[in-house]
Design a binder for this molecule. Structure first.
Ligand code: NAP
Length: 350
């Protein structure tokens, strides 16, 4: 699918953390961005995007749209050949998982893709899914070939009660493939990132990525870090992946976007070395202790049982082969992310 770069491109959830670096990339390439956001009048959220548009070659126009308001993306999509659908809540602690996670993710994806069906100019949709749609808990990977997730795998273990965010991403991505297969005018490309870290464009974003690093800065892990293995990707590399997938005519299917696998422990150790005045423990906390204190650090005991101490492996070779992706080292992104949050007053200065 060849996308005409002179036509505008729509980005849903343009005020989000991940979308910020994507919009920056699009503007730097001279594209016109139709930023579909919940509240275009919210200056705290839109100002950093406007500042980028002022200094980069592209243009930005804001449109009001809500995932739960059917048809609200139609005007932003008008004239676009390309839609980036990034909007979806990424929060861990919710009061009502159905209302706060599943509905916006699933109904919102349906809403945006129905817009793609209605708006004749649309040729391609790039959906921001997650590795969370590929696996539920690290223990699941023991049953995957070579203990490694690939684009072939699906999360079958998350539910409304256990890992509801992962469940929301799984339902939304499955729905997206179903809708895409019912027509032939536009194709669907899915980006499946692991945990996203690294400096964004707005330190006031609400992404869960921020919460985790703010917890580290606050001293929640001053006793040490659990053996929580995880894959991570820099937000700037992720923007590049979205861009390459969108504009590579031969791109197709899902793409795992993840740098090397790391662990909370190794990230904490590097942060402690670079930011010695912060209360970051670099000892390994045993699993039983984390299990005991889990609710106090915002985890469920089931999550601890099924994730801590297990390896985390993802095969990112499709992204390297087909999108020529290269990845920044995870600890480097973590250090820059921590500094970005200090500079943005999200972590107290010391
Ligand atoms: P984020 O900063 O919280 O962005 C989420 C975006 O979704 C925000 O722009 C938010 O709009 C929008 N949104 C939420 N509910 C909405 C609604 N009802 N109607 C319209 N927009 C709504 O989080 P993020 O980390 O950038 O996440 C962006 C995407 O990346 C999500 O699809 C997420 O699942 C995916 N992802 C993230 C990570 C990660 O580690 N961060 C990893 C894998 C995948 P407002 O600005 O108005 O609140």
């Amino acid at each position: 699918m060849i996308i005409d770069r002179t036509k505008p491109v729509m980005v849903t959830g343009a005020t989000g953390y991940v979308a910020g670096r994507l919009v920056e990339k699009l503007l730097s390439e001279g594209l016109t961005v139709h930023a579909a956001v919940r509240d275009p009048k919210n200056e705290t959220k839109t100002a950093p995007l406007k500042e980028l548009a002022d200094k980069l070659p592209g243009n930005i126009h804001f449109f009001e749209a809500d995932l739960l308001n059917d048809g609200s993306y139609d005007s932003a999509a008008k004239g676009c050949e390309l839609i980036f659908h990034t909007a979806s809540p990424f929060v861990r602690n919710v009061e009502d998982a159905q209302r706060d996670l599943i509905d916006p993710a699933l109904k919102g994806t349906r809403n945006v893709l129905e817009t793609a069906d209605r708006v004749e100019s649309v040729k391609r949709v790039v959906l921001t899914s997650s590795c969370a749609a590929i696996y539920g808990d690290a223990v699941d990977l023991l049953n995957y070939p070579n203990g490694t997730m690939t684009e072939e795998n699906w999360n079958t273990t998350s539910s409304l009660e256990h890992q509801p965010y992962s469940y929301s991403k799984t339902l939304a991505e499955r729905e997206a493939w179903k809708i895409a297969q019912q027509q032939s005018r536009w194709d669907l490309i899915v980006i499946n990132p692991s945990l996203v870290i690294g400096p964004g464009i707005n330190p006031n974003a609400t992404s869960e990525s921020f919460s985790i690093f703010k917890q580290i800065g606050k001293g929640d892990f001053k006793m040490g870090a659990p053996e929580y293995n995880i894959g991570a990707v820099d937000v700037r590399d992720l923007a590049e992946a979205h861009f390459r997938a969108a504009f590579s005519p031969e791109a197709s299917g899902r793409y795992i976007i993840s740098g090397e696998s790391s662990s909370f422990g190794s990230v904490a150790k590097e942060l402690k070395r670079k930011f010695p005045s912060y209360p970051i423990g670099d000892r390994k906390i045993p699993k039983w202790l984390i299990w005991l204190i889990a609710p106090a650090v915002g985890m469920s005991r089931k999550e601890v049982s099924k994730n801590i101490g297990y390896p985390w492996k993802a095969d990112n070779s499709k992204s390297i082969r087909e999108l020529q992706m290269t990845y920044r080292p995870v600890v480097e992104s973590a250090v820059e992310f921590f500094q970005f949050l200090i500079d943005g007053n999200q972590i107290p200065k010391k």
